[in-house]
Every structure is written in structure tokens, then in C-alpha cells.
Design a protein around this ligand. Structure first.
Ligand code: ADP
Length: 258
């Protein structure tokens, strides 16, 4: 469990997180809100990249103030936006092996972790490719594999599908679903309300450094989203127009209409 209590944080004296309380377990939690509302700043507290000004962040009981990012990386993995800027090795294998090598693991364990992580994201067979030769969706999945190789329980995915075409987006969505099934907790930072509708179990909405909503996805979509510069997914507009309640997918809508 990740437990955030009364978290305050400021950049150069300007407060951008103003008393956040949050718990997260093995679930897909979408973190949404207007630009500048504090999503990335909050997420960076969960793996210790930033430390609270006031309040606390506990990851499975570990206080992030008392542990380094390296120590916490075995618990919380952070997949940054535009991950291609982070690749620097010559092959996919070496890229994924980088983290485990830094942990000082032996070669056999490193190899096992790399193979396992590449398989988890559907990139087996890509070991010898150079990361720069991958497509957008493959790069995103490689970035997830690099983080997975550290065996974290929780994953933070920052806009994982932004800029991807439909096929690549689908491949990343499938990886997220299978990670959830294998028992990971996932914090999904996104502006894409269709993605929230498809994947999220719970939604936390930030507005100006405060939590404006925290609850089930069904209730989130009952909010006046325009107030937060967010849009209702077309599927839910349509369902509303048809007098149908909350549905997750076109298939579900068809089922209700039948
Ligand atoms: P979001 O992810 O919701 O867009 P951020 O957490 O990136 O929000 O930013 C919250 C606020 O903090 C914004 O006003 C942003 O300009 C400011 N901010 C973010 N990073 C820095 C930084 N490194 N230095 C100073 N201000 C920052």
C-alpha cells in the first residue's frame, strides 16, 4: 500500500501540493487534472524523486524521506513521458539490463529478468535491436520493460499513450491490463478520458494542488468535467443521450440496448 498523508510541496517557495491524502493498492488508479495541477509533482513523491515539504509518503511502510530513489525503485517504478529521451544503450537487451546490473545482480539473474520483462511487454525477439530503431509503441513498451526489470510492485505511467497511433496505443493498453492482472498497482497519469474509461478502477482528480475528487470511475464521470478542462468520452455522451447509465465499452452499451 502507498499511503500519502497531508502532503505539501513547494518549488522555490511556491506551494503546488496543498495537503494531499491518498492511498493506493493493487489497482489501476488514474491521476487526472488540468495542466499544472500537480500530477507529476505528486507522482514524483511516490518513488522518492521528490521529498515532502510537510506530511509523509509511505510505500509499503517505508518512509520515502528515509530511503533513496535507488532503494525505492524496487517498489515503485516510474515510466516517464517521452521515454525515448532516456535510452542510451546500444541494444534493447542492454537497455533493460541496465537497472538490474546497477543492483549488482549476477549475470544469470540479470538475463532472467531481462527476458521476463521483455516477454511481459511483448518484445521478445527484440534483444539485439537498437532502441532507436523501435516504433513509438515499442519504445513505450521498452520503457515499461526497463522499469519492470527492477521488479517493482507499483508502476507510475506518465501519459503512456500520448503521441501513439491506434495500433501502438492498443499494444500499450494490453500491457497495462496484463500488468494489472499480474498483481501490480498502477498509477496512470493521463489526459485521455477514453483511456480512463477503459482502464481505471479509481480516479483521483487534482485541481490547483488539491484533491478535487477521489472515487470510483463511474462517479468521476458524473462530475462537470469542463470545469477541469476535461471532456466526457463520446461513448458516455452517447450513452447519456440514449438514456443509458455508465458503460465501459461499445460492447457493453450494445448489450444494455439489446
Ligand atoms: P501537472 O503534472 O499536473 O501538469 P506539475 O506537477 O508538472 O503539474 O506542476 C505543478 C506546478 O508546479 C505548475 O505550476 C508547474 O509550473 C510547477 N512546476 C513543476 N515543476 C517545476 C520545477 N521544476 N520548478 C518550478 N516549478 C515547477
Amino acid at each position: 500500500m502507498i499511503v500519502v498523508e497531508n502532503l505539501h510541496f513547494a518549488y522555490n517557495g511556491r506551494e503546488v501540493l496543498r495537503g494531499i491524502d491518498l492511498t493506493m493498492g493493487k489497482e489501476i488508479l488514474a491521476l487526472v487534472g488540468p495542466n499544472g495541477s500537480g500530477k507529476t509533482t505528486l507522482a514524483k513523491h511516490l518513488n522518492g524523486l521528490l521529498k515532502p515539504l510537510r506530511g509523509s509518503v509511505l510505500v509499503d511502510g517505508l518512509d520515502t524521506r528515509e530511503h533513496t530513489v535507488a532503494e525505492l525503485s524496487g517498489k515503485v517504478g516510474y515510466v516517464f513521458q517521452n521515454p525515448e529521451h532516456m535510452f542510451f544503450e546500444e541494444s534493447v537487451f542492454e537497455e533493460v539490463a541496465f537497472g538490474p546490473k546497477n543492483l549488482g545482480l549476477d549475470d544469470k539473474e540479470i538475463e532472467e529478468r531481462v527476458r521476463w520483462a521483455l516477454q511481459a511487454v511483448g518484445l521478445e525477439g527484440f534483444e539485439e535491436r537498437t532502441p532507436y530503431s523501435l516504433s513509438g509503441g515499442e519504445k513505450q513498451r521498452l520503457a515499461i520493460a526497463c522499469v519492470l526489470a527492477m521488479k517493482p510492485k507499483y508502476l507510475i505511467l506518465d501519459e503512456p499513450t500520448t503521441g501513439l497511433d491506434l495500433k501502438a496505443e492498443r499494444s500499450v493498453v494490453e500491457v497495462i491490463k496484463s500488468l494489472r492482472e499480474s498483481g501490480h498497482g498502477i498509477l496512470l497519469i493521463t489526459h485521455d478520458m477514453d483511456l480512463v474509461l477503459e482502464l481505471a478502477e479509481r480516479v483521483v482528480l487534482l485541481d490547483d494542488g488539491r484533491k478535487a475528487f477521489d472515487g470510483p470511475v463511474e462517479e468521476f464521470f458524473e462530475l462537470e468535467l469542463e470545469e477541469y478542462s476535461l471532456e466526457l468520452p463520446e461513448l458516455l455522451e452517447l450513452a447519456r443521450g440514449l438514456g443509458v447509465g455508465f458503460v465501459r465499452s461499445v460492447e457493453e452499451l450494445m448489450e444494455v440496448l439489446r
